[in-house]
Design a protein around this ligand. Structure first.
Ligand code: CO
Ligand code: ZN
Length: 337
């Protein structure tokens, strides 16, 4: 199994990122002299500058994925739940989910009041997780209140370069950072690779990570929506057309100098790229840019269809474009000149 499969298949909902962290730490040992975990659980890999002229640059991708948290166990042993992060209720019924201890569940949904079979606009209120228990007591032996499940869906290649799975958001970003750390030979710059926790509930790890590191520049790497499916909302980004350089999202406006620098580098190296305006949603960079006196920030996005579903789909050509561009950023920096 390749690294992308391992990363995406691993259990790691928000607040329970430790397995993903272990895998990444192991991958990076030998490539970064300093690898450590901070108090909130961010994994930070540091490549110190080889020159005093080096710029302090933070690259960030989040380890966590969305999940379902158990709120109540009924007499018959069915689990009621609510969302952790941006779970779309209509994408949940009949999916398989898995808990940290390996217990598998199927999400069921109550029949609608008018007796129709169509799910309509379902709510979490009318759904439950079936773990095969006969009653509350037997259910409680296997799952507790507060346990978090994530989608249970293995990565699949639906074409040589097109890959789908749960948690492409944002393990594909983690993969990019790992690849860059492995490829990077020498750099005069001070590079921090941050694998953040709790992005899906408001970029909580990225904030403390950025505060502690105090970088001058930051680039977050995450997935973004596309406008390339039938009747999609008008959006210029499409899968397979290159790495997306973010201009704006709901909470973030890219620093124009950084944005232009990324585009200039991509142009010079003939790296396929596109510009992104995401109307709904945001990422770690929105919060990184606001710590202390401000951090000059940008985002590179992997165009991805069906985000926050069990089959988020992206293109490895775009991933490779992101890795090449990031590697160049680490070598050349983001400052003037
Ligand atoms: Co997400
Ligand atoms: Zn994300």
């Amino acid at each position: 199994m390749g690294l992308i499969e391992v990363l995406c298949n691993t259990y790691g909902p928000t607040g329970r990122e430790h397995r993903v962290r272990e895998i990444i730490a192991k991958e990076l040992s030998g490539f970064c002299p300093e690898v450590y975990t901070d108090r909130l659980g961010n994994l930070i890999a540091h490549r110190p500058a080889t020159s005093k002229r080096g710029q302090k640059i933070m690259l960030c991708a989040h380890m966590d994925e969305i999940g379902l948290i158990v709120t109540y166990i009924d007499k018959a042993g069915f689990l009621r739940f609510t969302n952790v992060g941006g779970v779309f209720a209509e994408r949940v019924p009949y999916q398989r989910v898995v808990f940290e201890n390996g217990i598998t569940g199927i999400v069921g949904i109550e029949p609608s009041k008018d007796g129709s079979k169509s799910a309509g606009r379902p709510k979490f209120d009318s759904m439950y997780i079936d773990i095969g228990a006969r009653d509350r007591k037997s259910a409680e032996k296997r799952v507790r209140i507060g346990d978090i499940a994530c989608f249970d869906q293995e990565v699949v290649y639906i074409d040589k370069k097109r890959v789908a799975g749960k948690a492409i958001d944002d393990r594909i970003g983690c993969y990019c950072l790992i690849e860059v750390a492995k490829r990077l030979k020498k750099s005069i710059h001070d590079i921090y690779f941050v694998f953040s926790v709790q992005e899906e509930v408001g970029a909580r790890g990225a904030r403390t990570g950025a505060y502690a590191i105090d970088p001058t520049y930051a680039i977050a790497v995450d997935v973004t929506d596309t406008g390339d499916t039938p009747e999609a909302h008008k959006m210029q980004v499409s899968v397979g057309n290159g790495v997306a350089i973010k201009v704006k999202d709901s909470l973030f406006i890219a620093n124009p100098v950084i944005k232009d620098k990324l585009a200039d580098y991509a142009q010079a190296l003939s790296i396929p790229h596109q510009f992104e305006i995401l109307e709904h949603g945001s990422t770690d960079a929105a919060f990184i840019q606001l710590v202390r006196g401000g951090v000059l920030s940008g985002v590179l996005s992997i165009p991805t269809r069906y985000i926050h579903s069990t089959s988020e789909l992206c293109d490895l050509g775009d991933v490779n474009a992101a890795v090449r561009l990031l590697a160049h950023v680490c070598e050349r920096g983001l400052g003037k000149g």
